[in-house]
Design a protein around this ligand. Structure first.
Ligand code: C5P
Length: 230
């Protein structure tokens, strides 16, 4: 059982880059996030290869489709034995409920997480799509819907983690990207938090990419983060 809160984002285009990085990590100290780029290039085999090295996988494919298709996609993800999988909350109640049902019907039961509003969207883009509320209220609304449909949690910024829990329950999981170590570069992230501040603000899991993947010694940085959260 991995006790670390850290999920390392594998934002690489080449399989060899992934294998080089993970050879320098420890599956007892982190989990790994496989997203659309890696999965589209290398398929489920990359997930199996990482699992064979002992890593638990967050399959970040953000499913959003008709309920029957999402049901089947989640069944496939569960059969792949991933630890966490996600969908877009804006797929609606039936889609979310079918996603939950897919896991209930599967032998392996990954955590089921929703994306509320993509943080890349500006307030004007959110209005342009046609959501009737401002971003903060829309995020809360979709978090509550996800909770009602039996999901295990949401992806959100660490700034929102406590608010999400206050409109659902404390056990509703928050998975938070936008983490930076104190004094480090922010890259293209705007609103960032340190691991300790994020956890203090209600983050259950931290999605961390470049601060670990681009470090000279990724395992040392990971261990430092894990230590700071004990
Ligand atoms: O390198 P960095 O730590 O910024 O990577 C963060 C990871 O989290 C990336 O895979 C990014 O796509 C993802 N993410 C994010 N912000 C969101 C949702 C996902 O940074 N709102």
């Amino acid at each position: 059982m991995v006790t670390s809160k850290v999920i390392i984002a594998l934002d690489f285009s080449e399989r060899q880059q992934v294998l080089d990085l993970v050879s320098r990590l420890d599956p007892q100290e982190c989990r790994l996030k496989v997203g659309k780029e890696l999965f589209t290039s290398y398929g489920p085999q990359i997930v199996r290869d990482l699992q064979a090295l002992g890593f638990e996988i967050f399959l970040d494919l953000k499913f959003h489709d008709i309920p029957n298709t999402v049901y089947k996609a989640i069944r496939a993800a569960a059969d792949l034995g991933v630890w966490m999988v996600n969908v877009h909350a804006s797929g609606g109640r039936t889609m979310l409920t079918q996603a939950r049902q897919a896991i209930n019907d599967s032998q392996n039961k990954p955590l089921l997480i929703a994306v509320t509003i993509l943080t890349s969207l500006s307030a004007s883009e959110v209005a342009e799509i046609g959501y009737g509320q401002d971003v903060a209220n829309q995020v809360k609304h979709l978090a509550r819907l996800s909770y009602e449909c039996g999901l295990d949690g949401v992806v959100c910024s660490a700034q929102e983690a406590n608010i999400i829990k206050s409109v659902t329950v404390p056990e509703f999981l928050t998975v938070t990207p936008g983490i930076r170590l104190a004094d480090a570069t922010k890259d293209d992230q705007t609103r960032v938090m340190t691991p300790e501040a994020a956890v203090a603000n209600g983050a259950d899991y931290l999605v961390i990419g470049r601060p670990i993947t681009q470090a000279d010694n990724p395992l040392a940085v990971l261990q430092e983060i894990n230590f700071s959260l004990r």
